[in-house]
Each structure stands twice: as structure tokens, then as C-alpha cells.
Design a protein around this ligand. Structure first.
Ligand SMILES: [Zn+2]
Length: 589
């Protein structure tokens, strides 16, 4: 089904809905939507059904494009593209229709609720809400953009209104807009509060955050919608829908703690700001951010609690391979008060100068510790969770080296501490092991050429020789994958699927090469592949010959017999000569 949807999706048309494409030769180019650029380096290959950006290396097929562009999950992208392509999805790949109807009903109720709260804020009853906004220095324009609202005092305002409009009382409870009373009946969940609608990536209201306006109110200063079929605060970020485009353009998100921090920064003209909805940063939030950017700058409250939260957030981000940066604010400030006191210029400068969170915290700990050895040790130990959270070996290595220098220790000492910590905490839930090759296998250009030729014309594979060549690839993940591709009868249209299935670094190289393959005549490709085969096999023999020569040298140094080894060397040289007639038996020393 996935294959059917992919092959029936017109990628040019799909991409064209988001950006302007221009035809050049057999491909289409445009300004990349995933990074900021002035000259187009975003390419679409319509025949093979994938895209590649030479600027930021983003690449993939129609599914990837939609996932990156709209922040959809794979099942969501599949569902949308299947519907557009007129492909019927099997029942197990479709969401349950009853659950879907419920979602639609709940979302509609939430939309009505948001409309009601907005109306209240700007109407006669909303005086207290408007006064509070003015006190926080927020304009009507911004409040309207974020659809802020006002829940009036009283027990049955919203509930009564929505029931009057035909809302199902059960649904109202299910979505947490009203709560069950002690003696039957229901009452409004939000009373006398300023309302912050929380939008999903579909642009719809999924829940609310609410700040109390009544000083007598015994409830929390901020409360949220309860968990429902459409709201999970661990999976939603406040402001993301509004900030998405800016985040993608900058490749960076600014993470703050509160609703007013988001609004305060946006009011000052700083875009791309999001906040957790009354929770610390969760895995779900990190996954969400990872879809849009590689870098997150946290700007938490300047106090001790804010610093702790920043440290924890950095750990979660590192687990998801997002680079955490941090901006420190003075202890008496949060981002909202800070931007109002110091101005947008100052905040923009701080953001531009943001340093990796690890550096910020280490520097602070060192300054605090002075020359107290014990305090320095405590400072370093506080950073171990961040090191342990690194999924990327390169990043961990860089962090360790940097810390070793600053704390005047050896890298080995730090690694030992890291290992000891791991042993001391065996109960830590196992993280999905993701081995990122610090130095991926080399991929010689002739192997890349062969791969592209075979993907474009699987028919060029010539039996045993192809198999031998693929087995002697230096880049074995690729050789092996191609063998499987050919064994499964590799079809013309499945090149995009093949590329999609490869690890990220390989995918980028492949799609880059594929996009450059103009439709060369078959005879030319066939000749090219023959030459490449030859080169790969000669290279392979050279590697073997060199290893053999080393063995011979070692044996001779020991005074051992070398007759067998020399015979093997002659054999390899003969093979090489056969492959390459210009070869005259290179004298290895
Ligand atoms: Zn790009």
C-alpha cells in the first residue's frame, strides 16, 4: 500500500503546494523550505519521486516531505497521501472510524469553547481579563493572534452555552471543559481565568492553559485542560503552531517555561518561541522539536528552579539528538520581565550568543567552585547525566574533551566517571539503542555510481559479476542493501523506497547523486557500470595485495617460509592483470 501511494503521488504537485518550483532539465528546483536561502538548492526528481536539498542535505520521498513540512507522523502522512491518491488503506492502517468521529466532535467543542472565551474577553464581561492583559503589556493584536480568551466567574457559563448549542454533555466531560459535580450535574472547569488556547499542528484548539485572575481563588495560579482523546500535555508545545515556520527557517527553536514568556517575546518581535504546557520538557516535546529543528535554545527563569529545569531539558533534548543551547537570565528575571526591562535588542543578542547548555552550566559551576576541589568535583558530576544522554558519539567526544580541559582532568578520568555512573544506576530505563556511526564507512565515488546505475536500471545487473562486485564494496551497508534490492527483483519505481530505507548519512549521499543523474542513454550507463565494476574489483585486489605483502614482510622478518604467500600473491596479480590489461604486475617493493 505504501508503495502504491508513493507511486501515485505527484511529488512536484505536492511540493508545489508549499513552494514555487521551476523546471530545469528533468528536475525541478526551488527555495528550500527547510533552511533559509536566497538561491534555490532544493531539487525534486519527479521520475524517482524524491527530493534533495544541496544546502541542508534534507532529502526523502513524499512521506518524508509531508512529515517535515507539516510535522505529521508517518501514519498521518500515509493517510493524507492515500486519500489524495485515491488509494484505499487496509483497515489496520486506518484509524478507528468511531475514534475519529469522537476526535472531530471534541475538536469542534474546543473550537466553540475558544470562540466563546474570546467573545467574553472582548465583550462587556471581559473587563478584568483586558485589564490584566494591559498590565502585562500585551496588545489586543497579539492577544487576538494567539486567540486569548476570558472565562467569566460563575459555575455554569460555558457548559450552559455549549449545551444550548447542542453539545453532548458526555463530550463536554470527556474533553475536560466541565467537571462532574458531587451531587450530579456539572460545572465549568475554568472560572474567572485568562484562557490560552493550545493549538495542535493541525491548527486546531486541543486544550487550554488558564491563569487565575481572582486573588481569592484557592486553585493553582495556572491550570491546564485535563488529558483527553485530543490533548496530551506531554505531546504539545504552546506556541508551536504559530512559531513553526520561523523555527524551520532559523533551524532553531527558543524554549521558555510559561505562556506569558512566549507572548512577551513574540510581542517584542522575537519569533520561534515555544513553551511546555505546564510541564517540564518531555520526550514527546523533544521528538516534536526534532521534526522542525536541530537546535533548541532554552531561556528559563534566572532562579535556581529555572536552572534545574534547563539542565533537565538539555538532557531530554540530547537523548533525541537535538543540540541544547542556553541563555542565562539574571536571577530576578523570567524571559517576559527581562524583555520588557531590557528590550528586544538585548534578547536577540543573547540568543545570537547562546552557548551549548553544557558550556553554560560548566562555566557557572567552575566560577562558583573557585579553587575548592570538592566543589569542582560536584560541579563535574552534575554534568554527567548530560554526557550520558548524548546519543551522538561525536558530540559526546567533544563534550568530554572540552570538560577535561576546563576541569583539568584527563578524558579517561571523565569517561571512567561516566562508566561508574552507568554501573551505579542499572535501573535506568533502557533507551532505544541508536548507534550513530562516528565515522561512517567510506563511500568511494565508483561505488556510489554503481548504486545509482543499478537503482535507475536494475536490469543492468549482470548476474554473478554484479554479486561479486557488491560483495567487495568498501561501503558494505550499501553493497548488502543493493544485493537485497536486486534479489527482491528491484523494480524501477522502488528506488525512492530504497533510498528512504538507508541510514541518514547514506541517504543524503544517494539522493544527491540520484538527483544529478540525467537520463543518460542506456548504452552509456552500461559502459559506465562496466568500467566501475572493474575499478572496484581492482581496488579490492589492491587492498588484498597490500595486506598480503604485509604478511610476507612479517614472515620474512621472522625467517619463516613464504612460498605459499608468494603463490597467493602471484594469483592475485594474475587476477588483477586479467581485469586490467594495462596492469603490468606492479612491483610491491
Ligand atoms: Zn535546504
Amino acid at each position: 500500500v505504501v508503495e502504491a501511494v508513493r507511486s501515485r503521488t505527484d511529488l512536484v504537485e505536492l511540493v508545489g503546494r508549499f513552494l514555487k518550483l521551476k523546471k530545469i532539465g528533468s528536475r525541478y528546483v526551488g527555495l528550500c523550505p527547510f533552511h533559509a536561502e536566497k538561491t534555490p538548492s532544493f531539487n525534486v526528481n519527479p521520475q524517482r519521486g524524491f527530493f534533495h536539498c544541496f544546502g541542508c542535505q534534507a532529502s526523502g520521498d513524499a512521506f518524508t516531505f509531508l512529515m517535515k513540512m507539516e510535522g505529521k507522523t508517518f501514519p498521518e502522512a500515509l493517510e493524507e497521501l492515500a486519500a489524495r491518491a485515491g488509494v484505499e488503506l487496509p483497515a489496520r492502517q486506518r484509524s478507528d472510524p468511531r475514534a475519529r468521529e469522537l476526535r472531530v466532535r471534541l475538536l469542534e467543542l474546543l473550537e466553540r469553547a475558544a470562540g466563546y472565551y474570546e467573545q467574553q474577553l472582548w465583550g462587556r464581561a471581559g473587563e478584568a481579563g483586558r485589564a490584566y492583559l494591559a498590565e502585562r503589556g500585551l496588545s489586543e493584536e497579539l492577544a487576538r493572534r494567539f486567540r486569548l480568551g476570558f472565562a467569566p466567574p460563575g459555575w455554569d457559563n460555558l457548559g450552559a452555552e455549549l449545551r444550548r448549542q447542542g453539545g453532548d454533555p458526555e463530550d463536554l466531560l470527556a474533553v475536560g471543559l466541565v467537571l462532574q459535580g458531587q451531587r450530579g450535574g456539572t460545572y465549568d472547569a475554568f472560572r474567572f481565568r485568562l484562557m490560552f488556547p493550545i493549538l495542535g499542528l493541525d491548527g486546531k484548539v486541543h486544550g487550554f492553559g488558564a491563569r487565575k485572575l481572582d486573588p481569592e481563588d484557592q486553585g493553582g495560579k495556572y491550570i491546564n485542560s485535563a488529558q483527553s482523546a485530543v490533548f496530551d500535555k506531554g505531546e504539545m508545545l504552546y506556541g508551536l503552531e504559530q512559531a513553526r515556520a520561523a523555527i524551520q527557517q532559523a533551524g532553531r527553536a527558543v524554549l521558555v517555561e510559561g505562556y506569558f514568556d512566549v507572548l512577551g517575546l513574540v510581542a517584542a518581535g522575537i519569533e520561534g518561541v515555544v513553551a511546555g504546557c505546564g510541564t517540564a520538557l518531555t520526550e514527546g516535546h523533544a521528538r516534536l522539536l526534532k521534526r522542525f529543528c536541530e537546535q533548541v535554545v532554552s531561556m528559563y527563569d534566572g532562579d535556581e528552579a529555572g536552572q534545574k529545569a534547563g539542565l533537565k531539558a538539555a538532557e531530554v533534548l540530547l537523548q533525541h539528538d537535538v543540540a541544547p543551547y542556553a541563555v542565562s537570565l539574571p536571577p530576578e528575571h523570567d524571559p517576559d520581565t527581562f524583555v520588557r526591562a531590557e528590550g528586544a535588542e538585548r534578547v536577540l543578542r543573547l540568543l545570537a550568543e547562546a552557548r551549548p547548555t553544557l558550556e553554560v552550566i560548566a562555566t557557572r559551576e567552575l566560577a562558583r567552585a573557585g579553587d575548592d576541589l570538592e566543589a569542582r568535583g560536584r560541579g563535574l558530576r552534575a554534568l554527567l547525566p548530560m554526557l550520558a544522554a548524548c546519543q551522538d558519539g561525536v558530540r559526546q567526544g567533544t563534550y568530554v574533551r572540552w570538560l577535561a580541559e576546563r576541569f583539568r582532568l584527563s578524558e579517561a578520568d571523565i569517561r571512567k566517571a561516566l562508566a561508574a555512573r552507568r554501573e551505579a544506576r542499572p535501573r535506568e530505563p533502557a533507551r532505544p539503542s541508536r548507534t550513530v556511526a562516528a565515522a561512517p564507512t567510506p563511500l568511494p565515488v565508483q561505488e556510489l555510481d554503481v548504486a545509482v546505475c543499478l537503482l535507475v536500471h536494475p536490469g543492468l545487473a549482470a548476474g554473478e559479476e554484479t554479486e561479486a562486485v557488491l560483495r567487495s564494496f568498501q561501503c558494505q551497508p550499501l553493497g548488502q542493501a543493493l544485493l537485497e534490492f536486486l534479489a527482491s527483483g528491484g523494480q524501477d519505481g522502488s528506488a525512492a523506497a530504497f533510498i528512504e530505507a538507508q541510514p541518514e548519512w547514506l541517504r543524503a549521499r544517494l539522493s544527491e547523486a540520484m538527483i544529478q543523474v540525467e537520463e543518460a542513454p542506456l548504452a552509456e550507463l552500461s559502459e559506465g557500470i562496466r568500467k566501475n565494476f572493474q575499478r572496484i574489483r581492482v581496488d579490492r585486489l589492491d587492498v588484498e595485495l597490500e595486506a598480503l605483502q604485509a604478511q610476507i614482510d612479517a614472515a620474512q622478518a621472522r625467517g619463516d617460509q613464504v612460498a605459499d604467500l608468494l603463490r597467493r600473491k602471484l594469483g592475485l596479480n594474475a587476477q588483477k592483470k586479467q581485469l586490467d590489461p594495462s596492469f603490468r604486475g606492479r612491483q610491491v617493493r
